[in-house]
Ligand binder design. Sequence first.
Ligand code: SAH
Length: 345
Amino acid sequence: MHISSDIRSLDIEKLERILLKQNFEKYRATQIFDWLSKGDTRSFDQMKNLPKDLILFLNSRFIINNVIIKLVTKSDDGTVKFLLSLCDDNIIEAVLIPSENRITACVSCQVGCSLDCDFCATAKIKRMRNLDFYEIFDQSMILNFESVKLFGKSISNIVFMGMGEPLLNYKNVLKAIEMICSKKGIGISKKKITVSTSGMSKIIKLLADNNAKFKLAVSLHSAIEKTRNDIMPFSKDFPLSELMDSLNYWYKKTKSKVTIEYLVWESINDNMDHIKSLVEFCKRVPSKVNIIEFNDIGYLKFKRAETSWIQKYIEILKINNIPVSIRRSRGQDINAACGQLANKI
Ligand code: SAH
């Protein structure tokens, strides 16, 4: 079974042409697309307003490659991890993170990841392929159904912080966001969606030009070029000056402050030089800082810094009027926390 035979990979005009050729009415394509954008349509047989011969034709010609839940794991802190299988048996992971007033879904956009962040478990599995927009959409809809089942309410926020680099699959990510935010999808505002990137400056500008309405987060982790290049080797192709430039451009176009994601490790960036460089960076880019608690993935090189260093970061950022928050680790016991998604059961 090949992914390209999924009916959702066609655009509506193409489907209209195919239907006309088979002597079906053109408007049937719109009806079919309506069903497909509902999120719980698993087969053509569910499409009640279509004539039987059309359903027969669709079944003979196309498939709907649904994303399927393979395994659900629950953490002691309420976080739930889903192992999902795709039509070609590739596996991705997605996570539901409930908190007092929101349910956040963390979704994947690639199978594996092509980047090489040394501290991230996903980077250790090679990138197999991009997800299609409908796979990202299915994933979000599945999480939404599960959220209602488990917590009695819909997803309130979505973060593209699962497996993969969203900006290396931005066309599918953008299309999926449109569908998720539509009335037929989950219907949440784009402001409730955060796309996290490791910092592809050119694409950040391109998204800004395309009137992006979602929030942007950037995994900085060090505002000193050499350290950043060491821990995130791919970043040699994306100098900090260009990143800064693109983030200013983003702000100019969207008026939305970027979130700087930042991990603090022992003997890597737990020092005053790094704190000062981060402050300098943030003074030049309208931003807020989110310090993430590091989740151990079993490499000796990376160890969470002493709490006193994290406090120091917070204190100095605050003195400089730079908004700062801390992202507590969730779902660590089931390998569902940031950087731990690696299809390990
Ligand atoms: N590729 C995107 C999104 C995936 S990672 C990006 O780089 O932003 C989501 C966040 O988790 C990133 O900020 C990433 O740097 C961080 N992360 C990676 N490994 C981690 C780990 N072991 N502990 C905590 N956060 C980690």
